[in-house]
Design a protein around this ligand. Structure first.
Ligand code: FES
Length: 157
């Protein structure tokens, strides 16, 4: 008789379902935890979540693509999200974006070859009176200047 070893990702997903429950409202927290643990939600993880929750994989994919904090692609260890909404735009978002791209050698939407940094735009995150604003993973940085960007990036390199 053949015995297949259970994939460790399947075991992880089962543990998350135990933690959050197996109804539809559990889908988002489960995906958020997979994102935190793996930096993205792979095709296999999507299939397994759908299978175990008994929902269609398209539903899982739809949730991932709706939320900017979830991703189907592997991203950098540090995900830099610069606000692109009007207040931050007027406060100098473009010059901040230029410095970020120059310092990291990548464009927005890209990840450095060493998989350390990813650059993304996000919409308003509620710091409009303190723009330009950005997030590096869960840390918020406000009142950014080109000089501050260089100093902030030094602490992550
Ligand atoms: S417009 Fe940038 S945080 Fe609101």
């Amino acid at each position: 008789m053949l015995v297949f070893e259970k994939n460790s990702l399947t075991t992880e997903i089962e543990a998350l379902i135990k933690k959050y429950g197996s109804n539809r409202t559990s889908l988002l927290p489960i995906l958020q935890d997979i994102q935190i643990l793996h930096g993205h939600i792979s095709d296999f993880a999507q299939q397994e979540v759908a299978r175990i929750l008994d929902i269609h994989p398209v539903e899982v994919y739809g949730v991932i693509t709706f939320y900017s904090f979830l991703s189907i692609e592997a991203k950098g260890k540090y995900i830099i999200r610069l606000c692109q909404t009007i207040s931050c735009d007027l406060a100098g978002k473009a010059s901040i974006a230029k410095v970020l791209e120059g310092e990291l050698g990548i464009k927005f939407g890209e990840t450095t070859t060493d998989k350390k940094f990813s650059l993304e735009y996000v919409n308003c995150m509620g710091m409009c009176d303190q723009g330009p604003a950005m997030l590096i993973n869960e840390v918020v940085y406000t009142k950014l200047t080109p000089h501050r960007i260089v100093e902030i990036l030094k602490t992550y390199k």
